[in-house]
Ligand binder design. Structure first.
Ligand SMILES: [Zn+2]
Ligand SMILES: [Zn+2]
Length: 350
């Protein structure tokens, strides 16, 4: 009897119970899938203290280039603040058939910045057996490509052009800025994702092996300079959709311009005491569309994001200066005329 009651009760509630069971099963499967994806990522360490630069660079000479091994196949390079206030980051990803260098920094002269020599030393193989190298850029601004010349005309090295036509042609983007492209390094696939907005040539990169997302100046712990707000918002939405169901270990940008409290260092500062860590997170990337959506087109802070359109601010300042000059000229003319009128009045009274 009890069994019958239990069975009938079970039967009457079988639909919600089986539905609940299916939901729990699905949730568990999703958690396991996410954990499996995370577990499959090749790990690395971001335990590094970047050189702080100096208050007086002339008085305290600095090594021009700092190299951090994230793991044995992934290197993060940074130009010293004393070599250039931009202190850009560059990334070297090594596969079994090819290596990829993302950006070449802000200093052209190999005597000042031994980028090519350092990168070649990190690549496996000797002489003609050296691993092939592909050099790409997050975007065409000079602080991300000034070192290109060091790699030009080297055997087994290809440098992708930085202008928009070269970028679109190399990656075979037919629906720019839609779609993604893939770079195969041998057992290591890198996705290239168009992210224009800061600059029209901006491309972000996602390394499927490590889960690292390289965001250039599109997203970094510093001033987000936005040339085209509409393009930037669309890029933020596309990047967020791209990472949504993918594991992301760290989001690594082109510069650090903030201290650990989130305060910006002065523009062009060559001394970064208590600098904020480089990595941003998948959550930051997912929060970017809402932040860019709130951008007023000139200057907006939203959470940890500081968004600036420097061109518009410069134009606004120039307009203000012209208006101020016209106002000063007008007041001067009025002052001179009144003085002259007063003099004439005083002359005729005499
Ligand atoms: Zn830039
Ligand atoms: Zn930059």
């Amino acid at each position: 009897m009890r069994r019958t009651v239990f069975r009938s009760a079970f039967r009457t509630s079988s639909w919600p119970v089986s539905w609940l069971g299916a939901c729990i099963g699905l949730a568990v499967a999703m958690v396991f899938a996410a954990a499996a994806a995370q577990a499959q990522l090749v790990p690395g360490t971001m335990d590094v203290h970047w050189n702080e630069g100096a208050q007086n660079c002339k008085a305290s000479p600095q090594p021009p280039l700092q190299v951090h091994a994230y793991n044995a196949q992934t290197y993060i390079l940074r130009e010293n603040l004393c070599s250039t206030f931009e202190a850009p980051f560059m990334y070297l990803l090594i596969g079994s058939t090819k290596a990829l260098l993302i950006d070449t920094g802000d200093v052209a002269d190999p005597n000042e910045m031994p980028l090519e020599r350092t990168v070649m030393q990190l690549l496996p193989g000797e002489g003609t057996a050296k691993l092939a190298l592909l050099v790409v850029h997050t975007h065409r601004h000079l602080d991300h490509r000034a070192g290109d010349g060091q790699f030009a005309r080297l055997a087994n090295v290809e440098v992708v052009g930085f202008d928009i036509d070269s970028v679109r042609r190399y990656y075979k983007f037919t629906d720019w800025p839609g779609g993604t492209a893939q770079i195969e390094l041998g057992g290591r696939t890198i996705d290239a994702i168009p992210t224009p907005g800061h600059n029209e040539t901006e491309v972000s990169f996602y390394d499927r092996n490590t889960g690292l997302f390289f965001s250039g100046d599109f997203l970094m712990p510093g001033r987000l300079l936005i040339d085209d707000a509409r393009a930037d918002l669309a890029s933020a939405q596309r990047a967020a959709a791209f990472v949504k169901d993918r594991p992301v270990s760290y989001v690594l940008g082109g510069h650090i311009e903030m201290d650990a409290r989130g305060e910006l260092f002065p523009w062009e500062s060559q001394y970064h005491p208590h600098e904020r860590a480089l990595p941003m997170t998948k959550d930051d990337l997912l929060a970017l569309p809402a932040a860019v959506g709130s951008f007023n087109g000139f200057y907006t802070t939203s959470g940890k994001f500081v968004m600036i359109n420097s061109i518009r601010i410069l134009i606004a300042l120039a307009v203000l200066m012209v208006v101020a000059l016209i106002a000063i000229g007008f007041l001067l003319v009025r002052f001179v005329r009144r003085r002259r009128a007063r003099k004439l009045q005083a002359g005729s009274a005499r």
